[in-house]
Design a binder for this molecule. Structure first.
Ligand code: BG6
Length: 478
């Protein structure tokens, strides 16, 4: 596995701990090797040392054992080079060639910002890297999000990829799709008969998707400046969750159909108008490393989106995502319509609240359904009670999404059912198209408004206002 961007944040925080875990579980062959490639002035010894540190800091503490770590680090190698330098790619090719035998599979993992993926693919094409491999062990390329910086960029990247690889070799990953709780959205909807009759505008008042983080950009200022909240979260993770909640049932045993159904949703999203969204930037963002002192990059977005199709017409989908917010929580809250007429006592009717279904993606993974019950007292009082399912009831812990992604890239597609954990080229383009109005807000306008929220809050007050105008409030389960 060649990792481009080997000295970056993603490699240290996610990829190395995930590969290490797979190694401790005995899921890697003895021959498995990682070749890190990046611009940083490192050699193999220093790369190993840095990855050792990364494992100590970000790895699963229960698995950290110095002897095991040392053994794992023997699998690591490093080649330094510039992403646009064909000579460096020739050196890489030679090194990789020396490590591989006829039955080796090569995986090229792009853990780099979109601005450099084009240069990398250009050099790979020029020197023929990734073109070797037998029919059975064809090389693969793993593309991280954001895939391009906008619709045009995504199209260019798709075209370039098509010149170097065939579609089967291209893995456009989104780690949200590899989360068990996100995969559960389809299971929950299509594995239970009771939801479908209610899953539409007749019974649902509104849908809220919150993807909030407590941390700021954590030293990733350089990357974040070019991406911001829309490219970092909304265009990919959040839209995937939205499409899984809203899509029509797919054709059985046909993964392509899942992509088709998602695309239908992206295409049905009503074009966003300026009154449908609010941006924010947290106080202190401009003082982060590698961030412009007058930065216009949003670290928060709240939006109201309508899906213009038969099932969802008139139901608002409210989305909010941001950094440095009150707490880490990703969940979908489906609020059902109120009863048509309250026939209980006057006092009870005042306390009858609508049913809410929370699909808790993280960190308290599970499902919660809120409903009204009578309290035990002799009075007419009612209260809201919860039916709770928690993932913690299973003995196994939820694996990290990156373990799944790496396993998918190493083994054969049909075995792992990877297709529904990936983006398809046309879906990515449809998702970009839907978010383009968000990216077109003039920078000067944004820079003048920012910063506009304090870390540890739920974002700017305008986000509350967005829902208040519709007579609603943001909700998260406790
Ligand atoms: C990544 C973003 O894709 O997702 C990060 O680049 C973000 O900025 C992360 O922190 C959130 O992932 P998770 O799994 O912690 O919700």
């Amino acid at each position: 596995m060649v990792i481009f961007g080997a000295s970056g944040d993603l490699t240290a925080r996610k990829l190395m701990p995930a590969v290490y875990k797979l190694d401790t579980e005995g899921l890697l062959t003895d021959k498995f090797q990682i070749v890190g490639f990046s611009r940083s002035d490192l050699d193999t010894a220093r790369f190993r040392e840095e990855m050792r540190q990364a494992l100590r800091e970000f790895g699963d503490k229960k698995l950290l054992d110095e002897e095991r770590i040392n053994k794992f680090c023997e699998r690591l190698h490093y080649v330094r080079g510039d992403y646009g330098d064909p000579e460096a790619f020739r050196r890489l090719q030679q090194f990789v060639g020396g490590q591989c035998s006829g039955d080796s599979r090569q995986v090229f993992y792009m853990a780099v910002p979109p601005s450099v993926s084009e240069a990398i693919l250009g050099c790979m094409k020029q020197v023929g890297l990734g073109q070797e491999g037998s029919d059975r062990m064809w090389p693969k390329v793993v593309m991280e999000k954001p895939f391009g910086l906008d619709l045009e960029g995504a199209r260019r990247l798709n075209q370039l990829l098509a010149q170097v690889f065939v579609e089967q070799q291209i893995y456009r990953v989104d780690h949200y799709l590899a989360k068990s709780t996100v995969q559960n959205l389809m299971v929950f909807r299509f594995g239970n008969a009771i939801w479908e009759p209610l899953w539409n505008s007749h019974y649902i008042d509104n849908v809220q998707i919150t993807a909030a983080e407590q941390i700021g950009v954590e030293g990733r200022g350089g990357y974040y400046e070019e991406s911001g909240i829309v490219r970092d979260m909304v265009q990919n993770h959040v839209l995937q969750v939205l499409s899984l909640v809203a899509m029509e049932p797919p054709v059985p045993n046909d993964f392509e159909s899942i992509h088709d159904k998602k695309i239908e949703i992206f295409k049905s999203l009503e074009p966003l108008l300026p009154e449908d969204f609010v941006f924010g930037q947290y106080e202190g963002y401009r003082q982060e490393r590698k961030v412009d002192k007058n930065s216009a990059t949003p670290t928060f977005a709240a939006l109201r989106w309508y899906i213009n199709n038969w099932r969802w017409r008139g139901v608002p989908f409210y989305i909010r995502s941001g950094k440095a917010l009150a707490r880490k929580v990703t969940e979908v809250a489906i609020t059902f319509k109120r009863v048509p007429l309250c026939v209980l006592s006057e006092e009870a009717c005042r306390n009858v609240s609508p049913n809410i279904l929370f699909m808790r993606i993280q960190p308290e993974e599970g499902i919660r359904l809120c409903f009204v019950v009578k309290t035990p007292e002799r009075t007419e009082e009612v209260a809201t009670a919860n039916l709770d399912f928690k993932y913690s009831q299973f003995e196994e812990t939820i694996p990290d999404a990156y373990e799944r992604i790496i396993l998918d890239s190493l083994c054969d597609n049909c075995v792992c059912g990877r297709q529904n954990r990936l983006w398809r080229d046309d879906a990515i383009e449809a998702a970009w198209k839907a978010v383009m109005p968000l990216l077109n807000t003039p920078k000067e306008e944004l820079a003048g408004q920012f910063p506009n929220y304090k870390p540890g809050t739920w974002g700017p007050k305008e986000a509350e206002e967005l829902l208040r105008r519709d007579g609603r409030k943001w909700i998260v389960s406790e």
